[in-house]
Design a protein around this ligand. Structure first.
Ligand code: PLP
Length: 400
């Protein structure tokens, strides 16, 4: 008899993107497909030093079982890090460490979603979030976005109509959209949280990756919440070390109202007991050593240059076949094939032709929880250097 899997799996399909990744094994392929940071930019020396310090100075803490909420020295460092980002009232007890921010999303699903509950997500949004929330039986409602992030007028209508369990947003350099929620809309989101008493989940793995050091993005919704009395009770914020330091460390964190953090901690206990103490102690030492500002300055500079080159190359080599907004941070271009002059309009077909040319990207359709836009695509500029970006975009031009 075949194995009888849990019915919750009926709602979830394996990712179309995974299928595409199988094709990436082709030797020499230039990839704009991944959502990864560039391994060549990891601060290996800094992480090595931090790991050594963790082992020599705190071997008990780094190698022993630890508290589910997280390793205290790391919670202290993360609270201090969040203070530098305008979250003044944060205490170490006000956050829990998670195994990547992915686990925070899973814990939110576990603690908040009963089968049939409605959750509002952006269209498009992070694919793993769609799958994770569906696993818990969520009915996903999609809110439209533009280059300034989620359209808050539409969002308000959807909240009023559907009374969702929560709203999930990636306000700063979204994956896949690259969109940046404007300050005005951030304030509106906070007003909506209070007016409708609706939990807002702010997923923020890319907020530190802005390219122009003189022009940072608006402060996080969490940070702005102090100007909106009562709103803090409705904000959950997920952070991550993955895109700026190393995804392999699997260090993320969640800031949320105390009762939500307590339930999430209980669920985390059953899930992985705690995030690797070795990884946590290493991350704590890294932050304590004060290396983060230089690391951030470096990644901002390198990714900013790659984004600039990709934007210019796309304009030059694809012309009116494609439209996009130049991202101000993050890792992604989000683009739409226009079909101008009878050129290709289906991004799935374009992806196949591109792979034949030797370049890969991800079609945008899977990032929509519903009403997929088949003409969209996501291009990451993170892992190819500027020469490869020019070469790869040139190949895209030939695949049109
Ligand atoms: C929007 C978003 N949230 C969460 C994650 C998960 O990141 P991690 O679990 O490595 O912190 C990612 C990774 O790509 C992401 O793009």
């Amino acid at each position: 008899m075949p194995l009888q899997f849990a019915s919750r799996l009926d709602n979830v399909e394996t990712s179309a993107i995974r299928e595409l990744f199988k094709l990436l094994g082709k030797p020499g392929i230039i990839s704009f497909a991944g959502g990864f940071p560039d391994s060549a930019m990891f601060d290996v020396a800094g992480i090595q030093e931090a790991a050594n310090k963790a082992l020599t100075e705190e071997p008990g803490g780094a190698l022993q079982y630890g508290a589910t909420e997280g390793y205290n020295p790391l919670r202290e460092q993360l609270a201090a890090f969040m203070k530098t980002k305008g979250v003044q009232d944060i205490t170490p007890e006000g956050l829990i460490v998670t195994t990547g921010s992915q686990q925070a999303l899973d814990l939110l699903g576990k603690t908040m979603i009963s089968p049939g509950d409605k959750v509002i997500v952006e269209a498009p949004t992070f694919l793993a979030t769609i799958q994770c929330f569906r696993l818990y039986g969520a009915e996903l409602i999609t809110a439209p976005i533009d280059a300034d992030g989620v359209k808050t007028d539409e969002l308000e209508k959807l909240i009023a109509q559907h009374k969702p369990k929560f709203v999930y947003l990636i306000p700063t350099f979204g994956n896949p959209s690259g969109a940046l929620l404007s300050l005005e809309r951030r304030k509106k989101v906070l007003e909506l949280a209070v007016k409708y008493q609706t939990l807002i989940v702010e997923d923020d793995p890319y907020g530190d990756l802005y390219f122009d050091p003189t022009s940072p993005p608006p402060r996080s919704i969490l940070s702005l919440s102090k100007d909106f009395p009562g709103s803090r009770d409705y904000i959950a914020h997920c952070g991550s070390m993955s895109k700026v330091l190393s995804p392999g460390l699997r260090v993320g964190w969640m800031i949320a109202p105390p009762e939500l953090l307590a339930k999430a901690t209980m669920c985390k206990q059953f899930s992985d007991a705690h995030t690797s103490t070795f990884a946590q102690a290493t991350a704590a030492q890294y932050l304590r050593a004060g290396r983060m500002p230089a690391t951030l300055a470096n990644v901002r500079k390198v990714y900013g240059e790659r984004a600039r080159v990709m934007g210019e190359s796309l304009k030059r080599d694809l012309g009116d076949a494609i439209e996009f907004t130049q991202p101000q941070g993050g890792l992604f271009f989000w683009a739409r094939l226009t079909g101008a002059g009878g050129k290709i309009k289906d991004a799935g077909e374009f992806a196949k032709r591109a792979i034949e040319q030797g370049v890969a990207f991800v079609p945008g359709a899977p990032f929509y929880a519903k009403d997929r836009d088949l003409s969209t695509l996501r291009l990451s500029f993170a892992t190819a250097d500027v020469g490869k970006i020019e070469e790869g975009v040139g190949m895209l031009g030939k695949a049109l």
